[in-house]
Design a protein around this ligand. Sequence first.
Ligand SMILES: Cc1cc2nc3c(=O)[nH]c(=O)nc-3n(C[C@H](O)[C@H](O)[C@H](O)COP(=O)(O)OP(=O)(O)OC[C@H]3O[C@@H](n4cnc5c(N)ncnc54)[C@H](O)[C@@H]3O)c2cc1C
Length: 434
Amino acid sequence: MDPPSPPHNIVIVGAGIAGIACALALSHELSPFVPGLKITVYERHDILSTSGGAINLTPVAQRHLALLGVLDELERMGSDGGAEVNAVELFSMRSGRSLGSIDFVDHDGNGFGGYKGRRVMRIALSVAMMTVVERTPHINIIFGKKVVGGEELGDQAVVHFQDGSEAIADLVLGCDGAHSAVRNRWVDPDSPSQYTGMSFLQANIPSDSLSSPIHFQSAALNISRHGSLLTSFCDRDREQIFAAAIVQFDQGELSSYRLEPGQDWATQNRIRRALRSEMRDRFSKSAMPCIREMVNSSADWMLYPVYQVRPGGQWYAPRDESASYALDDAILFARILARYRSEPLSEVFDVYERLRRDTINRAFKESRRMWDRNRDMGLLECRLTEWMTPFYLRSHREERESAWEFDATKIMLPTPTPSEDLVTLHSFLKEHTV
Ligand SMILES: Cc1cc2nc3c(=O)[nH]c(=O)nc-3n(C[C@H](O)[C@H](O)[C@H](O)COP(=O)(O)OP(=O)(O)OC[C@H]3O[C@@H](n4cnc5c(N)ncnc54)[C@H](O)[C@@H]3O)c2cc1C
């Protein structure tokens, strides 16, 4: 029997960070072995999404973006390519006291394996990724195609679109985010995503609109009883500060605080006022004058509810390293697929699961702790958190720093077990060799 041939017609659903990274990594790893390789990414929006504020890239995310050729594109964008982040400093909003920092540089100020942190607007990252896609052979991105389901027919998969059309593929990868149609309507319909009870309220604030001194170098997480406020420069020239409050928010109230396309002017105005007042109620007593200024400004805050998904039985909510996990996964999966190209796809997914499951479970636990730390707290609980934070940061420093060294290209892949044909050939040669 012939060994299975590697998939050459691959469909990726979703042109977010995960989808585009998968397409780039698969093209890189498979093209030397798979003649006629065709990777098609279907994205439901008509254009790249501009929403989502700024994203933090860890040293690992930067290393993997460099591998995919995206970091060079970000550098070429100049100031819009993002602000270098040496550390996220933690502060108590109550007292203004420094509680420590999450460092992206070592004691000598060098990045890990050459990479520090970076805060960049999501749209800038997407544009940089698209620029690399445009010059990469084999990849085609089709916008305005919303996937609504799919089915397996023998060795092939059929993807169904909202417009009634369909696509056939040897392999389909669902990279369609928290409310994934591939997961919810096809692979795991019994585990729809759930609201975590936490939301982001975020805005961009021009630095020169603030007259008080800025209390952080490049980025800070300011902790309070009523949630945390992340403040970070997000462009190289430090003209913009990205501010994102991580707060507990009742599910029932979400609909009255969300700005949606098609809302009339009066509704939008009411929501904007309500969000400003929410920010003031929570943070206007901050000990840091620049935070008081930010929350009393006329900034337009946007609400982003945070959802958790359940891959492989564990609920998982995003965290400030999630983009990095998406990039690790893309590179690792592409390597496994290339190495196991003559094995059944079930074997590929088995190896991937074995290599990744522990890491993902650990990330799950940490993300749950992170979200819990930002729920509304009593006075005493908040004091305790402030006391414990420096200790927590110190005791996890080594673990964090070794995590920054992670490189998905260096993970040892197990060797595929020889297929029956090869075993037979091997025994034949052995029998016939003197
Ligand atoms: C408020 C917030 C702040 C965050 N901050 C950070 C941070 O600072 N650092 C970090 O590392 N991570 C952060 N994360 C997590 C990070 O955003 C995610 O890990 C990352 O975006 C995941 O990328 P993705 O490609 O899997 O999903 P997404 O970015 O959600 O992309 C999914 C894509 O699929 C498309 N799509 C969806 N459904 C369909 C369909 N049916 N058919 C076709 N296309 C579809 C969508 O339009 C979208 O383009 C944050 C998350 C949130 C919610």
